[in-house]
Design a protein. Structure first.
Length: 378
């Protein structure tokens, strides 16, 4: 018998099962899908009493595995930590559809590679609920050309740990999209390892144009000791000039893990920079919009001459603070100030009746006395 939590997720999964099954017919021939809220290449390997039940469980597992990838793409590792408590049911409610890239079935087992698509509005809502910023504007795509240099020689297009590290990032859909060239005949004829090392501008531009990118960065790596690598990345990009030069050694103790660590570190630095720039721009735009709204409100505000009697400076400061905290009050201009009172211009954007009611709610009375508006504690 299904548990309640599994059953609830299964209901959500069944809403996309038609799309899931139909797409399996064309999954192998489909091109790699792009889109900020689409996660491709999600691997699943599920066993159960039969292949059909295993496949159904795989749907649920795929969306749960895909969501952290999406979160890290839109936010950061800190966002990932703050959303780690979401249940499969909550994740399932953000699901738009799934489709199959590859699949293999055996008795009681289902192995597949899936594409998972999320509903942007639902994802934005959960980020907003947790107070997390979302950066959705992608940087222009950048081509990364991995060059592996070892005692045996320099290679670019052949299979090697450095090229694999960049391919494994699957960063084509990231906020800062990275494209690793295919390495087909056209690429191999376009640039040689020696030309890549020399950063031949004409040859590099030919690769960049082929992949319709705005920049190309050459990433050079070489062994540094038994398990570490020395990695360098340089060039101009839409994010500014890029210059990394670091040694990396992963805790796993393999040179493959060190290569993966270096590639991810380089990409994370690009992501952090892009997010920082965009968040600052958004904050600046919001501040400018708020300032403009405030200026428009002041420009259309009414000004009411008001007398404010008080016994001492402390009472005046208390009254003034309360006035400024009242909804609808846009400002206070002091016309004259004496030992026992002041004449002010009270700037407000609402009706006079609304202003008097708001002041009254703050324990202040605004009354017309012998032709003069007088404001005092009630």
């Amino acid at each position: 018998m299904l548990s309640r939590s599994f059953g609830a997720v299964l209901v959500a999964a069944l809403t996309v099962i038609t799309v899931f099954l139909a797409s399996s017919l064309a999954g192998r021939a489909a091109m790699v899908e792009t889109g900020l809220y689409t996660v491709t290449g999600v691997d699943v390997d599920v066993t159960d009493k039969d292949a059909s039940t295993a496949r159904t469980k795989a749907i649920i597992e795929a969306q749960v595995k895909a969501f952290p990838i999406l979160v890290e793409r839109l936010g950061s590792t800190s966002a990932l930590e703050q959303l780690a408590d979401l249940t499969p049911q909550q994740i399932g409610r953000m699901l738009r559809s799934l489709s199959i890239e590859e699949e293999h079935s055996a008795p009681g087992r289902y192995i597949g590679k899936l594409t998972v698509r999320f509903l942007p509005n639902k994802v934005r809502a959960i980020f907003a609920e947790r107070g997390l910023p979302v950066v959705e504007e992608q940087a222009p795509p950048i081509v990364v050309l991995p060059v592996w240099r070892s005692p045996e020689g320099t290679i670019v297009w052949e299979e090697n740990i450095w090229r694999k590290a960049w391919l494994d990032l699957k960063a084509e859909q990231a906020i800062v999209p990275l494209i690793v060239p295919l390495g087909d005949l056209q690429d191999t004829q376009a640039i040689t390892p020696e030309e890549a090392l020399a950063m031949d501008p004409v040859k590099l531009e030919s690769i960049m144009i082929r992949y319709d990118a705005k920049a190309i960065l050459v990433a050079i790596a070489e062994p540094s000791g038994e398990f570490a690598i020395h990695a360098i990345m340089s060039g101009d990009s839409p994010l500014g000039k890029v210059a990394f030069d670091e040694n990396y050694q992963a805790e796993e103790g393999t040179i493959e893990a060190s290569a993966s660590m270096a590639a991810r570190s380089f990409h994370n630095a690009l992501l952090d920079h892009w997010r920082s720039v965009k968040l600052k721009m958004a904050a600046r735009a919001q501040a400018e919009a708020e300032a403009q709204r405030a200026a428009q409100a002041v420009a259309s505000a009414q000004a009411l001459p008001v007398a404010v009697p008080f016994r001492n400076a402390d009472e005046w400061n208390s009254i003034r603070q309360r006035i400024l905290s009242v909804d609808g009050v846009l400002g206070v201009d002091i016309s004259t100030f004496a030992r026992n009172g002041a004449m002010i211009k009270l700037m407000f954007g609402s009706s006079l009746e609304d202003l008097r009611n708001a002041l009254y709610a703050s324990n202040l009375r605004l009354d017309r006395i012998r032709g003069t508006w007088v404001l005092q504690p009630r």
